[in-house]
Design a protein. Structure first.
Length: 211
């Protein structure tokens, strides 16, 4: 049986850094970890229209800094910063932060959305849920990745494709995707698409951006 390793986790410390960066006192680790997970889920859901791809959380003593990577920062920030203020107020209330001044929210723009594996996979999943032909969706996504300057990419979807009775896997690839090379900058994500009458279809995307 094949042993699969997440390409991001395989490169932590060499190519990538941790999405949560903090040191916990004894007894606080599990509480901080759960809070980080809940904050990520909340932001990913609420900022989906802005094209959120990643949330980084840093803790300095009693201060939190949340960096949100989005494809459309204007949508997230809102007119005159109204969206940002509302988001901060909701986080302060939801997680009972006593001093709102100790919570800082930053937005970082994703320059090339077609080189971000999470945004590509989310786009594929959205189209599959709308019952678009899966092969056309895959090839169009791969073509956009190539045009954006990627050195290689692979897209794999698995499930009851096209509503068939038997589940199967379809994979397409272009260029090099050196998964065993630690210095290679490979972006990877796996998400699920909930398709009516066909159940869950898994979407995996690998994008090789060079060394």
């Amino acid at each position: 049986m094949g042993q699969k390793v997440n390409p991001i986790g395989f490169r932590i410390g060499n190519v990538y850094t941790w999405s949560s960066r903090w040191f916990a006192r004894k007894g606080d680790y599990s509480k901080n970890l759960l809070e980080d997970y809940q904050i990520r889920q909340f932001l990913m859901t609420n900022l989906k229209s802005a094209g959120v791809s990643k949330v980084e959380i840093e803790r300095f003593f009693d201060k939190k800094t949340i960096t949100i990577h989005v494809a459309r920062p204007g949508v997230a920030i809102g007119r005159g910063g109204a969206g940002e203020k509302q988001l901060k107020a909701e986080l302060v209330k939801k997680y009972k932060i006593k001093d709102s001044g100790k919570l800082e929210i930053k937005f970082s723009e994703v320059k090339s959305p077609d080189l971000d594996a999470y945004l590509v996979a989310t786009n594929i999943a959205d189209q599959l849920e709308k019952r678009f032909p899966f092969r056309r969706v895959m090839y169009q996504s791969l073509e956009r990745i190539k045009r954006s300057g990627a050195k290689g990419a692979k897209i794999s979807i698995a499930g009851r494709l096209g509503g068939t009775e038997i589940a199967r896997r379809e994979t397409i690839k272009d260029g090099a995707v050196p998964l065993h090379t630690i210095r290679a900058r490979i972006d990877f994500v796996k998400i699920d698409a909930q398709i009516p009458k066909a159940g869950i279809v898994g979407v995996k995307v690998w994008i090789y951006k060079g060394d």
